[in-house]
Design a protein around this ligand. Sequence first.
Ligand SMILES: Cc1cc2nc3c(=O)[nH]c(=O)nc-3n(C[C@H](O)[C@H](O)[C@H](O)COP(=O)(O)OP(=O)(O)OC[C@H]3O[C@@H](n4cnc5c(N)ncnc54)[C@H](O)[C@@H]3O)c2cc1C
Length: 473
Amino acid sequence: MTDLTIRTFDAARIIPEEILTGLRGKMRGTLALPGEDGYETARTIWNAMIDRRPAVVARCKSAADVINTVKLARDAKLLLAVRGGGHNIAGNAVCDGGLLIDLSLMRSVHVDPASRTARVEPGATLAEFDKEAQKFGLATPTGINSTTGVAGLTLGGGFGWITRKFGLTIDNLTSADVVPADGESLRASEKENADLFWALRGGGGNFGVVTSFEFRLHPLGPEVLSGLIVHPLDEAQKLLPEFRRLANEVPDELTTWAVMRKAPPLPFLPAEWHGKEVLIFAACYSGDMAEGEKATRALRGLGKPIADVISPHPFVGWQAAFDPLLTPGARNYWKSHDFVDLSDGAIGAMISAVRALPSPQCEVFIAHVGGAMARISPDATAWPNRAAHFVMNAHARWRDKTDDGACIAWARELSEAAAPFAMGTVYVNFMPEDESARVETAYGANYRRLAKIKRRYDPDNLFRMNQNIGPAP
Ligand SMILES: Cc1cc2nc3c(=O)[nH]c(=O)nc-3n(C[C@H](O)[C@H](O)[C@H](O)COP(=O)(O)OP(=O)(O)OC[C@H]3O[C@@H](n4cnc5c(N)ncnc54)[C@H](O)[C@@H]3O)c2cc1C
């Protein structure tokens, strides 16, 4: 028997052949067993640490495909995973054994410029959403790596360069079509199934499969004042307190993130700096260019930068600016904390960690949030962390499996060192797979309500390949 026959046989043992044949006959998309077309693509996700083999992949092409597949998974009591863009660090988009719903063939984006709304299918990436919306001079806040999936990012909350001006991604979600565990499609919005709509906005993939998202859009671009300012890491102790002060003063239009890492070989950096530790300020002004020049002046006046390449850039280009550093295929492990403010202690812990990077691709990101996101009540949506003003990510990233121990330990040590200065909450979309004990803390006061809504829409926890919220007893 060949390897392929063994795996096909295993799939048929987990799911009876006649059931698979029945589903195959109903689908517009395809079913892929190990060795069949599309199977490897569907099970391969952004984080190369995750190497799981589902028994079968349903490559859905429509809401009807999702409905039929969810019903099959529920009736056959299969372990079920749901894949949007496949970017999540924890790797819950793929399961071992069981059934994987792959949504990557459902990626249409339809923009209605008159109502300034967009309908987006769950396999679309941020790049695809941005490109369509920008054709009409419109945008909604998403994340900073354009290959990320709209689905997972939105369900976890979603923030990026224009969040301080326009809110989280979920603050711009107006409705979603969902297939909960009973396999009946529902619309969730402020007016229909409002409890489900509340839970979807931050509660992750716990409540069902979203087959369509509707977003509100805002006029923006086509260019935004944006770019990088690069300093030697030796200046970080002096400059990060200034960054903290400015972050607390600037208008909502200006967002500045700080990144500490070894300098990549960027064309505008003198060669002697390539591979040396640097502090990078990445800034984006979502508004008028002349106002942006004024708002960024203080940041650009700090210290003596090695390079300052802040200038007008197409918004879609800026949204992809970090893509070359965040390509798929590397091994990744993250730790994250929310901060009301960046204390000197937190800054010290981060700088010390950057002085001891275990691989050239490891980095510390400090995202600047707040603004419009903070003016919404923490109980208005499932996302509770509205008081966070900064989010720190320890991004451990490396290529060689033998470096797993050192790189994971580095992220954990920074996380522990920074914890005393942090809020205790965390963004679920930045949590690795070994943090299930942190889920309740992540949702804080919203957890109990989420657990009750989970009981209503998924009483048997069919959707458990996620940062899991158990159904309330
Ligand atoms: C390099 C990188 C940069 C990032 N930058 C940002 C950022 O700037 N801002 C930010 O907010 N986040 C950011 N993230 C985090 C990102 O939001 C999460 O990784 C998100 O889960 C990715 O969504 P996805 O659809 O690609 O992921 P997937 O791995 O496909 O999905 C993640 C989980 O979401 C659920 N899910 C996915 N699709 C559906 C669906 N249609 N219905 C129900 N459940 C579903 C499943 O439980 C799945 O396990 C970043 C991640 C990476 C790796």
